[in-house]
Design a protein around this ligand. Sequence first.
Ligand code: CUA
Length: 344
Amino acid sequence: MQRRSSRVLRLVRPRRARRWVAAASTPVLSVASGCRGPASTLDPAGRGAELIAELFWWLLAGAAIVWLVVVALAVLFARARPSPQGRRAARALIIGGGAVFPTVVLGGMLVYGLALMPDLSARAPPGTLRIAVSGEQWWWRVRYLPAGEDAVTLANEIHLPVGEPVELLLESPDVIHAFWIPSLGGKLDMVPGRVNRLVLRPTRTGVFHGVCAEYCGTSHALMRFVVVVEEKDAFLAWLRRQAEPAPAVAEPLAARGAERFLANGCGACHTVRGTPADGVVGPDLTHVGSRSSLGAGILPNDPAAFRRWIGHTEAVKPGVLMPSFGMLPPEELEALSAYLEALR
Ligand code: CUA
């Protein structure tokens, strides 16, 4: 007995105990820190995501209870000696623990999950701002549809007013994508030939990340977008700016870029409102310089990234529809980058 207690004491010596605590807490802390951030379902910033996080924690608690009970009973019965009473208890355990207990627990969880569904798929109230988002290969076409006003087209960035519902009309011209902003709500498929509706209600301001959540082709993992949730006034000011035509560029390098943009035929695929460029194949570039990233969330928005993108599209985003313009002389790439960066 004495030997045993001294062994226990040796095991809980402060230094060793500290090392144990550190070793055990590292995975717990790293998992917990992974729960925060701009793309976490467990750090909700919208009504839908709150419900889903709640469902997750209840399911986790239910699963933990079932696991504990099963393991405790397994240990208990593994140590029991066989006896006639034991056999009767085993039969009761098989019926109670094998049929009744899981039916009650899983049935309860199912009812709870189903009860959340109407709230998750609620229709938008009349007058809700609608935003059409189309999954392209591999970027996001975004069209704001304010009631009684012209649509405002942009790409790869969505701004939302905090505290208000918005209705997203999700579509795709060719392949199936899935639209997902983990911090704000559930994911929904974008299926060619139909429009799926998703209502989001952001509950706090912040910058969040959206992703494509269904394998759609070579660059599936390279189609992301930025979601900015802001106060209503800031949101309306932003939308007004986005609705304006492109700003005039006066700076000589940027002005030369504007001329080369049209001369190289970029306007056949891209629109820059207020200029002859009116293509609709690729992203609208009217205010591309004001966006927080390039190439659908994969590059920073600066002149160097513009040069890299225009000169090496295939290397940056394999399978992209836009051809590389690496044959352009460096000074021309520089002028084009200066022009696009000036489109704020
Ligand atoms: Cu689009 Cu995956």
